[in-house]
Design a protein around this ligand. Structure first.
Ligand code: ADP
Length: 265
């Protein structure tokens, strides 16, 4: 704790007041430390693709461009790294928007059952892996007030992760449960899982269980951190349950008013 004192003095010279401002420096230092760490992470994340690109471009300019067997491959690497940097910068811009005080979401009433089916359909149509989708969704409409674009982004990210980590022939289960005053959405895979101590950390910015692997799969390490901010902006909660070697389930909730539902039916 740090105290700043200011003396209130009249023109006459008499002291007739004292203002003490108490700062919680531990909190302030923590924020400062987090900020430093974040900047270091961003720099590191950008430096890695940049140095890779530099060495490939150097090789190309030193003559590799003439070699038909090498040049296309080297160009593909630089292209891939550029795309990853664009994704990273887009994610960072989004986080910075989410962090700003006057961040607003635009909510509309949406039938969540239909909305979720559409998203799953989209993945089911385009997936090129041998993975089975199992849907445990309500048979009826469930109306919730959400920002469709934001929730789509959250779900896209969770499903992409589930697919990335799913084994050949694995199952991904999609479930929506209606609770008292919220709905609980979960997406569960049968992948490698997350070590017990890291289950909470996956929602932190830039945290990855396996940095090299996440990079290879094109990840930025920001997807779940963005999801957390967006769920919080909807007054929901998000968490993970996982067992190493068995699989991972990501859960999130959204406020839901069962009475509202009666009005719609
Ligand atoms: P990334 O861009 O690395 O996927 P995320 O924020 O989406 O970043 O996820 C953070 C980390 O959480 C991942 O790098 C991975 O280690 C872990 N993770 C997320 N989803 C899963 C999953 N379904 N199975 C196993 N690990 C996961």
């Amino acid at each position: 704790l740090r105290a700043n004192f200011s003396v209130i003095q009249r023109e006459t010279g008499f002291v007739n007041g004292l203002i003490a401002v108490l700062h919680d420096i531990t909190e302030q230092e923590k924020v400062e430390e987090e900020r430093r760490e974040f900047v270091a992470n961003v720099s590191h994340e950008l430096r890695t693709p940049l140095t890779t690109m530099r060495s490939y471009l150097e090789a190309l300019s030193e003559g590799a461009w003439r070699d038909e067997n090498i040049a296309p491959n080297f160009l593909k690497v630089t292209q891939k790294e550029t795309e990853r940097m664009i994704r990273l910068v887009n994610d960072l811009l989004q986080l910075s928007k989410l962090d700003s005080k006057d961040y607003k979401i635009t909510k509309d009433w949406v039938d969540f059952t239909e909305f979720f089916h559409h998203i799953i359909d989209r993945f089911e149509m385009s997936k090129d892996q041998n993975v089975f989708f199992v849907r445990e969704l309500p048979k009826k409409s469930i109306f919730v007030e959400i920002d469709e674009d934001k929730i789509t982004q959250i779900i896209d990210n969770i499903i992409s992760n589930a697919l990335k980590y799913s084994p050949e022939g694995g199952k991904i289960r999609f479930r929506v449960r209606e609770l008292d005053n919220e709905i609980e959405v979960s997406i569960k895979d049968q992948g490698m899982g997350i070590p017990k101590d890291n289950v909470v950390k996956v929602f932190e910015r830039f945290y990855r269980v396996d940095r090299a692997r996440s990079r290879k799969l094109g990840g930025t390490g920001l997807g779940l951190a963005i999801a957390k901010e967006m769920v919080t902006a909807h007054n929901g909660r998000i968490w993970a349950e996982s067992e190493e070697g068995k699989g991972t389930a990501i859960f999130f909730t959204l406020p839901f008013d069962p009475e509202q539902e009666d009005e719609w039916s």
